[in-house]
Design a protein around this ligand. Structure first.
Ligand code: KIV
Length: 267
């Protein structure tokens, strides 16, 4: 079965919770799809996780298209959502449509995600008019890190909660099919989830969202530069990988690899 935006709407209506995980390449997309995670996000977090940048800001359209195309080749049956990188949609709606179109035509994404609330409602509406499915992203918006003064929890007071709700409602009205709520208090996320007819997808925003998203490398223990406190590490694959590579090096040093079983086929 191929997941579409209609499934997300249906799950919201039925109160069925769902998951979203990031992937940035073919092999990880295959694993996420085999785990029956319905939605894959090619997040611009690839800037930190894949490319070693300090923030998502340097990520380019070419980076996003390259990684999205690899994910799309491995993402059998999943809905593939690609992040629009910094300054690919903030300058004009025309730019936004052209760049989102590239993620779909060249990258093979089914939908795009962009950050911002009321201020991005016009751009969201322009994309939807061009028949491009849009996932919104409000609360902590990492592309605004310098304007926000860091990666702090958002919507912590009543003005912030009102703004969060207004932002999410504006995206819903503009035609977004879902909205990510990043790093907002549980009660604020619960109130937005209750108020919207489109699904909310939480990250660091408590248990009441319709869906939950995590960076797969955080969940698997593959990215150890920094793990946000809201992440649950379901595995320590980084440690497993280091142990396996050390074992390989030891085997070579001690002439145990290649052994009698590790031979190329003869014909
Ligand atoms: O870039 C990303 O991975 C994201 C998620 C953390 C929501 O935007």
């Amino acid at each position: 079965m191929s997941i579409t935006v209609r499934h997300l709407r249906q799950w919201k209506a039925e109160g069925q919770r769902f998951t979203v995980l990031t992937a940035y390449d073919y092999s990880m997309a295959r694993l996420v799809s085999q785990a029956e995670i319905p939605v894959i996000l090619v997040g611009d977090s690839l800037g930190q996780v894949m490319l070693g940048y300090a923030t998502t800001l340097p990520v380019t359209m070419e980076d996003m298209i390259h990684h999205t195309a690899a994910v799309a080749r491995g993402a059998a049956g999943c809905l593939v959502v690609a992040d629009m990188p910094f300054l690919s949609y903030q300058v004009t709606a025309e730019d936004a449509v052209r760049n989102a179109g590239r993620l779909i035509k060249e990258g093979g994404a089914h939908a795009v995600k962009l950050e911002g609330g009321e201020d991005m409602a016009g751009v969201t509406a322009a994309l939807v008019r061009a028949d491009i499915a849009v996932m919104g992203h409000v609360g902590l918006t990492p592309q605004a890190v310098h304007q926000l003064g860091g990666y702090r929890t958002q919507a912590v007071d009543s003005a912030g909660r009102r703004k969060l709700l207004a932002d999410a409602r504006a995206l819903e009205k503009a035609g977004a099919f879902s909205v990510v709520l990043e790093k907002v208090p549980d009660q604020a996320a619960a109130a937005v989830t209750k108020a919207l007819s489109i699904p909310t997808i939480g990250i660091g925003s408590g248990p009441e969202c319709d869906g939950q998203v995590l960076v797969t490398h955080d969940l698997l223990g593959l990215f150890n530069d920094y793990t946000p406190p809201f992440v649950k590490r379901y595995a320590e694959l980084g440690q497993t990988a280091i142990a396996a590579m050390s074992a390989f090096a030891n085997d070579v040093r001690e002439a145990r690899f290649p052994g009698p079983k590790e031979k190329a086929e003869e014909s």
